[in-house]
Ligand binder design. Structure first.
Ligand SMILES: [Zn+2]
Length: 363
């Protein structure tokens, strides 16, 4: 493999951009109206495509032919186009740096419709640099477009925000990530276990870049690591463990729970991840039960086994969140074990009291 996947599969135009429906809709709306606001702020967590989108966005509006899939000179030479300026604000924080960058703002674009400035990580700018930016935004010539990009919108002064068109980049859906990974692995002719790919999509936390970097990492190490090692490293067993733990707690199966905890204790090291998996499933069970009760949507049928269970899943969730907080502070194995046992006892004692009450009422 020559190229890293995360580079190779970076979207080149708006049509093959995964996720971010809102951003795309705004783009098409402006495109149709042939009117683009002059300053933007793209915000949202890392790896959601803000920077890539700002490049695609710029390329499309800079093209004099105004085409999305265009092969004109301006589009082909986009990377070398002097009218497009991408600046890393983290390494150009000071007002002195920023003023040098915007020095030539007074000159009209040479090859394109607009001259564009993208300021990545803009929250890193100093206070003076923000003041300078504010002045720029207040006096923008009509041939200039400015895109501010940040993963930390709270650090941007309100005065700047109010002058920009805000577009939020949300975390990409796990399923969308999984389907995309599947597609490119097929294209690359690479065979990876389905569970592993699913796990990577889950762990990417909504970041396509993270998911692709993980795949690159596995493909690089594939010849040196056994599948067992990869499984351990990526917490591939965590999903299976979490399902079993929930079942054993809910169905009061102490013996099986303890034997499973022993296996986990001897083989695993990322206990927080197992907790997170349990929480994710408990959330889904709650949703399933809720949607079933109110006949809203037909949710995941695999939770059918919980239909007749009289467990308070909200209590389960509350206890779990408390244990996740605990293990974040003290990430010891023992802490994980005692946490699960605490939840088991709490849930089942609650349940026993309720059953006893019911029984005493009946007889
Ligand atoms: Zn073009």
């Amino acid at each position: 493999m020559k190229d890293f996947l995360y580079k190779k599969y970076r979207p080149k135009n708006i049509l093959n951009f995964i996720g971010q429906k809102v951003a795309k809709s705004f783009f098409f709306f402006f495109y149709k109206k042939k009117k683009f606001p002059s300053s933007y702020i793209f915000y949202g967590s890392k790896g959601t495509g803000k920077t890539t989108f700002s490049r695609i966005f710029s390329k499309s509006i800079m093209c004099k032919k105004k085409k999305i899939l265009c092969k004109c000179k301006t589009c082909i030479n986009f990377n070398k186009n002097d009218d497009f300026n991408e600046i890393d604000a983290a390494s150009n924080r000071r007002v002195e740096d920023i003023s040098v960058i915007f020095e030539n703002i007074k000159y009209r674009p040479i090859y394109s419709n607009y001259k564009i400035y993208v300021l990545d990580e803009v929250h890193m700018l100093s206070k003076h640099a923000f003041n300078y930016m504010l002045n720029i935004l207040e006096n923008l010539p009509n041939y200039i477009k400015i895109i501010l990009v940040t993963s930390n919108i709270d650090k941007i002064p309100e005065t700047i925000l109010s002058r920009c068109f805000k577009i939020f980049f949300k975390k990409i859906n796990k399923k969308e990530i999984y389907l995309f990974l599947k597609k490119i692995l097929k294209k690359e002719n690479v065979l990876l276990k389905k569970n592993l790919v699913k796990e990577i999509a889950f762990c990417s936390n909504g970041s396509m870049r993270d998911a692709l970097v993980q795949i690159d990492y596995i493909l690089t190490l594939k010849n040196f690591l056994s599948f067992k090692d990869i499984k351990k490293n990526f917490g591939l067993n965590d999903s299976i463990y979490s399902c079993k733990i929930i079942k054993y707690i809910v169905f009061n199966n102490e013996k099986k729970l303890f034997s499973l905890l022993k296996t986990i204790f001897n083989n695993e090291n990322n206990f927080k991840n197992i907790y997170i998996r349990i929480l994710d499933k408990i959330n889904k069970i709650i949703l399933y039960l809720f949607s079933k009760k109110y006949n809203i949507i037909n949710f995941d049928k695999k939770f059918k086994i919980f239909n007749s269970v009289k467990i308070d899943f909200f209590l389960f969730r509350k206890l779990l969140i408390k244990e996740i907080k605990n293990i974040s502070v003290i990430p010891y194995k023992e802490n994980f074990l005692s946490g699960i046992i605490k939840i088991f006892n709490h849930i089942n004692i609650q349940n026993r009291i309720r059953t006893d009450k019911l029984l005493s009422r009946k007889f």
